[in-house]
Design a protein around this ligand. Structure first.
Ligand code: NCD
Length: 321
């Protein structure tokens, strides 16, 4: 069953952008527009039988040049729940291996009549480059260590859902800040919406320049834990690191991992987030990851509503042709 209904217009500002490249570019009002629209997609995102018709006749392509579990499937499912046709592009079996350039590949795919490209790439700025060369909309699904806007949005959405607000909360981002695109998107969104952000990790994984984004820097998780309403445990991005940035995984886990002993020093109502994938026993012990503070799977569920909202705003609104 397909419903044509548009979500009720609670959005704080009319949406005018064709691309979603990062949260750094968005105003506070635009962030609220996405979060408010996502709220209206929570129920439709869980409805298996009753699809929305907002993207009927539109084509959404996943162009993922890096591995992904959650983001790729979530965008695919979100697009299908809005009645779009979806395509999944796999670089390893494409003509890229015959020497075709990134831009040529994207232009050829666009030439089949594509409305939105969802791109993940190991190079920062790859989605911005596509946005300059393609006529269709572009969504950044993670570019190098730069940004991952929909992950930032779903993290912020989950905090707002669980705590009722963002303004005035203290959010700790713990781990490999230097190489984390999730950290950067969270910082841009949270700071704009009035949260206090503390980034925490070993000095080799927390660049000093990060302070320029309006955050506090700490290298001591136990010291910041009692101050945090929310803690977002980020994965060590081995694939983006040179070696020797910390002595050993065991030492990292001892100083910056979250186990039940350390958790006992946090607030009783601490909200625990992690973008996934988690390395159990490194960033978080299994009992804590699966324990009562954790909203890790709720984040994944919310990701669907947030991505439906983004797809709808970029190309599913009435009058969109
Ligand atoms: C993140 C990513 O790919 O940047 N994962 C995700 O999208 N859920 C975080 C990570 O890989 O650590």
């Amino acid at each position: 069953m397909v419903s044509e209904a548009a979500p009720a217009a609670t959005a704080s500002v009319p949406w005018t952008r064709r691309h979603l490249l990062g949260l750094e570019d968005l105003s506070c009002d635009e962030l609220c527009t996405i979060l408010d629209t996502a709220e209206q997609f929570v129920v439709p995102s869980q409805s298996r039988r009753k699809k929305r018709g907002n993207l009927a006749g539109k084509v959404v392509v996943n162009l993922f040049f890096e591995p992904s579990t959650r983001t790729r499937t979530s965008f695919g499912l979100a697009a299908r729940r809005l009645s779009a046709d979806t395509l999944d592009f796999t670089p390893s079996s494409s003509s890229l291996s015959k020497g075709e350039t990134f831009i040529d590949t994207a232009k050829n795919i666009e030439a089949m009549g594509v409305d939105l490209v969802v791109v993940r790439h190991s190079s920062s700025g790859a989605p911005h480059l596509l946005a300059q060369h393609l006529r269709c909309g572009v969504i950044n699904a993670g570019d190098g260590a730069h940004e991952h806007p929909t992950q930032g949005l779903l993290d912020i959405f989950t905090i707002r859902q669980k705590r009722g607000r963002i303004e005035g909360l203290t959010v700790g981002l713990v781990g490999d800040i230097a190489h984390s695109r999730v950290a950067r998107s969270n910082i841009h969104g949270l700071v704009k919406l009035g949260a206090k952000v503390i980034v925490c990790g070993p000095p080799t994984l927390v660049p000093e320049t990060i302070r320029e984004l309006g955050v506090e820097v700490s290298h001591n998780l136990e010291a910041i834990l009692p101050r945090c309403d929310v803690i977002n445990m980020l994965r060590i991005q081995f694939e983006r690191q040179r070696s020797g940035l910390f002595p050993s995984i065991q030492e990292y886990a001892r100083l910056f991992g979250l186990d039940s002993t350390r958790l006992a020093k946090a607030r009783k109502d601490l909200l625990l987030l992690a973008p996934g994938p988690i390395n159990r026993g490194v960033e978080i012990t299994p009992d804590v990851a699966d324990g009562p503070h954790s909203a890790i799977l709720q984040q994944v569920t919310n990701g669907l509503a947030v991505r439906m909202a983004v797809l709808y705003l970029l190309c599913g609104q009435p009058g969109e042709e």
